[in-house]
Design a protein around this ligand. Structure first.
Ligand SMILES: [Zn+2]
Length: 119
């Protein structure tokens, strides 16, 4: 891999991750709004009172969806990084996030220490 290819891969990775981030933001807003609507629905139509223990259910659901979102975010981040070629040619490990500026500065992989790309 040469420097130009690496920088092209970084742009492709960041472009795709921006779209993923937008989807995650929409998902998060939908979960929060859906949660409030569920609480209102439970209070208004099923006549649960404000301190009823069953109203914990939407909050538990919110945290479950948040956990699923975090797991999905890591998985999709790995997949996008691999698909855009953000992989070390020596050890085949994915590099992303804070590893990128270190690789730019040192030209070496943060996992195995071997040369990531040459100039
Ligand atoms: Zn490596």
């Amino acid at each position: 891999m040469n420097e130009a290819t690496f920088f092209k891969n970084i742009s492709a990775y960041r472009r795709k991750m921006r779209i993923v981030g937008l989807f995650q933001l929409v998902f998060l807003v939908a979960v929060i709004v859906g949660d409030f609507l569920l609480i209102v629905l439970m209070e208004r139509y099923f006549h649960y009172r404000k301190n009823d223990p069953i109203l914990v259910l939407p909050i538990v659901l919110f945290f479950i969806l948040l956990l699923i979102n975090a797991i999905f975010a890591d998985w999709i981040n790995q997949k996008v990084a691999r698909d855009t070629g953000m992989v070390c040619p020596s050890c085949d490990k994915v590099v992303r996030g804070r590893a990128i500026p270190i690789i730019i500065a040192t030209h070496n992989c943060i996992h195995c220490g071997r040369e990531f790309y040459h100039l």
